[in-house]
Structure formats: structure tokens, C-alpha cells
Design a protein around this ligand. Structure first.
Ligand SMILES: Cc1cc2nc3c(=O)[nH]c(=O)nc-3n(C[C@H](O)[C@H](O)[C@H](O)COP(=O)(O)OP(=O)(O)OC[C@H]3O[C@@H](n4cnc5c(N)ncnc54)[C@H](O)[C@@H]3O)c2cc1C
Length: 393
């Protein structure tokens, strides 16, 4: 039985959906804007929760491979005061596997496996109700129709426009991301400071977070509250003296800015920022909490495209569990429904999927919005209290 399914986006959500369908023998077309799997840096480390990302991995039949790559020791978390005092130093118990870490690039490769992704396909428009199905146009001029199009195309989704007028809004918090390579040999002092997992330092309306990835790679995030265009006039927007307009990816301009922004913080914490060689500018955007849309037959969304929220450890997990759940629901219909009933049954399955996804995502969107206010807010004590609330005793 054939039902033409296209997934737009070979991120974690789209690949999970495609991989679970593939596992059950259902063909699916994966359209991805990146020209190749390694066209961009893959990003940092992700913790996969037992009841979300790890469940999705199990549904894709990839638990053994995941366990070979995962880093349970990466669950360790240390919190310092801005003066460098250790305030919390949590380490996982032996066998603790609630939220092991894995590099995003490794996870993406694992999910991609045998899938035939159409790299370099930049989808520009999705039009439901076209003759022959849902029309998908791409920047190269090609146009194809499908019975179901799933927008797994992330924060700035092009598919979303077919369902909803919502667009991401800026949260007021920006990340400047840098990284350190070969930290155990090149920066042993910082390797000891960070430990096996993550290190966080919370100040007033700003924070520094460092996370160990595999192979001695560390990602460091400077987080601060500022208007979106802060870099056009940092002196005014960040309350600093003598800071000219700057390119927020220019290391020679960003390093002195960060020194001024985190002035007075302990030297080793500043070293995490000073020793970075490249910087990425990541203003945090979100979709409205509880984003929903009127169901449109033939098109749906999952992951960030449906519910972009602050990056506090759930976005990838949700994208993956949604991909797995939608694939399971479609598999049941495609395996069991009679030909004449397939369209209606797929539509009912997608509608039920959307209701479940939207309700669950709304809860997490509310939690992460409140979490961001506490982690990058006026009272650092509330950030530490959040950690105490969430961490297993
Ligand atoms: C700094 C940071 C740290 C994070 N840490 C965590 C964490 O620890 N745990 C966690 O669960 N989440 C984390 N997140 C959130 C997580 O990264 C996202 O929620 C997750 O990647 C969403 O997956 P997705 O598949 O919906 O979208 P994405 O991973 O963004 O994938 C979307 C894909 O669609 C492609 N695409 C986009 N537009 C088009 C188009 N027009 N045509 C074709 N393809 C297109 C993109 O190239 C991309 O490959 C973090 C986010 C950030 C920014």
C-alpha cells in the first residue's frame, strides 16, 4: 500500500520520523536544505531523556548503537558562584541513565543510517489542496505532490506558513557560543573546572555555561539579556562604557566585550570565554506558548517548527518522540487500513497526533519559558533553586 509521505527537514525530528517509518517498511521522502550531512557544524551535546528521546531511539531500533555513543558521565553538573566558589557538584550514580549525553552530530548520523535524504532541497512553499495532493516547491524550481507533508524544518519553518501565521519572537536573551578543542591536553585547567559534564555560573541577567562533548570538545555559552540589536550599540544596550558597535561573530571584537560584560567574575570562568577562537551569535527565539492551528488535511508539523521553545534540554527530545509517535501511528494505519479508507484514517491519525503533541508541548513551553526567566534573570539564587528542584537527590 502506497501513501506518498514527505518530511521537510533532516533534523532530529524529521530523521526519527523517517527512520521509524523505514524500519516498518514504509517509503518516505526526506527533503533537506543542507547540501550534505556535514555542510554546517553539527552543534553541541544533547541529553536524551528516558521517557522522550531514549524512547524514540528504542522505537527506531537503535538502543544498542545509542548506548555505544552515549555519555552517562556527561550528566554531571557543577554550579559555581561568580567568584568561582563551587556551589553544587552533582555526579550521576553508577548506572544512572536518566539523561545521558550524546553529540548532536553523532545522533543525527545514527538516525540517518540508511535513509536516502535529498540533500540540497530548499523547500520554499507547501500548498495543500493542489490537484494531486499537497504541492511542495523547492528553490531549484522543482515541484512534487504528496499525500502527507510533515514540516520538521525547525524554528524558521517554511511549512508552518501553510497552517499558521505564527512566527518566532525574540525572548530577550542572547547566546554567544564559542568552543574549546582538545580540552584535556590543550586546557587541562579548564577541563578540571568543567568536570565530566556541564558547568554553569549564574549572575544577574547573565550566565556562562560550558558543556563537554565527546573527544575533548567543549561548547561554551555566554548568555545575557539584551535587545535583539544590542551589538549596534553595546555601550547603551548593555550598560557598558566605551564599547563600539561590533560584529558579534568577530572574535577580536567579542572577547573584549565579554570581558566587560562579565567583569569581576572569577578568572577561570572568564578564561572559558577568552580562549574561544570562533564565536556564533544565537539570539533565542520562541513560538507562542500553546501554539496550535486548525487542522489541515495533508500537512502537519513537529519539533521546533511546531513549538520552538527556549533551549533548556527538551526541544530535541520532543522533536524525536513526536517523530517516533507519528511514525508509529502512520504505520498502524498503513499496515491495517483498507485502500479505500487510507486517506481518512491517515487524516484521523495525524489529527490525534497533533492534539497530543500540542498539549504536551504547551506544558514544556510553559516550563522552559519560566526556566529561562530564572536562569537568566535578576536573582541568581532562583537559578540554583531550579537546579535543586530538577536534579535527582
Ligand atoms: C544551544 C542549544 C542547545 C540545545 N540543547 C538541547 C538539549 O540539550 N536537549 C534538547 O532536547 N534540545 C536542545 N536544544 C533544542 C534542540 O536543538 C531543538 O529543539 C531540536 O534541534 C529541534 O529539532 P527539529 O528536528 O525540530 O529541528 P532542527 O534540528 O532545527 O532541524 C530542522 C532541519 O530542517 C532543515 N530545514 C530548515 N528549513 C528547510 C527548508 N526550507 N527546506 C528543507 N529543509 C529545511 C534544517 O536544515 C534542519 O536540518 C538546544 C538548542 C540550542 C540552540
Amino acid at each position: 500500500m502506497r501513501h506518498r509521505i514527505a518530511v521537510v527537514g533532516a533534523g532530529l525530528g524529521g530523521l526519527t520520523l523517517a527512520r521509524v517509518l523505514h524500519r516498518h517498511g514504509h517509503p518516505v521522502t526526506v527533503l533537506e536544505r543542507d547540501t550534505a550531512p556535514d555542510a554546517r557544524p553539527p552543534g553541541g551535546t544533547l541529553d536524551l531523556h528516558e521517557n522522550l528521546g531514549q524512547t524514540a531511539i528504542a522505537q527506531a531500533g537503535l538502543t544498542t548503537e545509542f548506548e555505544r555513543l552515549a555519555r552517562p558521565e556527561g550528566q554531571a553538573m557543577r554550579i559555581l558562584g561568580t567568584d568561582g566558589t563551587v556551589l553544587r557538584d552533582w555526579r550521576p550514580r553508577p548506572g544512572e541513565r536518566a539523561n545521558p549525553e550524546i553529540d548532536r552530530g553523532q545522533l543525527r548520523d545514527l538516525l540517518r543510517g540508511p535513509l536516502d535524504v535529498q540533500w540540497g532541497t530548499n523547500v520554499t512553499e507547501v500548498a495543500p489542496g493542489a490537484p494531486g495532493g499537497v504541492l511542495v516547491r523547492s528553490a531549484d524550481g522543482s515541484a512534487h505532490t504528496y499525500d502527507l507533508v510533515v514540516g520538521a524544518d525547525g524554528a524558521w519553518s517554511r511549512v508552518r506558513g501553510a497552517l499558521s501565521p505564527a512566527t518566532p519572537r525574540y525572548t530577550g536573551v542572547t547566546l554567544l557560543e564559542t568552543s574549546l578543542d582538545d580540552v584535556d591536553t590543550a586546557h587541562p585547567d579548564l577541563a578540571r573546572l568543567i568536570g565530566d559534564g556541564a558547568l554553569a555560573v549564574y549572575g544577574v541577567n547573565r550566565a556562562v555555561v560550558a558543556q563537554r562533548n565527546s573527544g575533548g570538545h567543549v561548547k561554551v555559552y555566554a548568555q545575557f539579556r539584551a535587545p535583539l540589536d544590542w551589538h549596534t550599540d553595546p555601550a547603551r544596550h548593555l550598560g557598558l562604557t566605551r564599547q563600539p558597535a561590533l560584529d558579534p561573530t568577530d572574535p577580536d571584537a567579542v572577547r573584549p566585550l565579554l570581558e566587560a560584560l562579565f567583569d569581576g567574575w572569577a578568572a577561570p570562568v572568564l578564561d572559558l570565554l577568552r580562549r574561544g577562537t570562533t564565536f556564533a551569535h544565537r539570539p533565542m527565539h520562541v513560538l507562542p506558548v500553546g501554539h496550535t492551528w486548525d487542522h489541515v488535511p495533508g500537512v502537519t508539523l513537529l519539533g521546533d517548527a511546531a513549538h520552538l521553545m527556549p533551549p533548556l534540554g527538551v526541544g530535541a527530545n520532543l522533536a524525536m518522540i513526536e517523530g517516533a509517535e507519528l511514525a508509529q501511528a502512520l504505520t498502524e494505519v498503513l499496515t491495517e487500513a483498507r485502500d479505500a479508507e487510507v486517506d481518512a484514517e491517515v487524516d484521523a491519525a495525524v489529527r490525534a497526533f497533533e492534539e497530543r503533541m500540542q498539549a504536551r508541548a504547551a506544558t514544556f513551553a510553559e516550563m522552559t519559558a519560566a526556566g529561562l526567566d530564572r536562569l537568566v534573570g535578576p536573582d541568581p539564587a532562583t537559578a540554583i533553586a531550579l537546579f535543586d528542584d530538577l536534579q535527582p537527590a
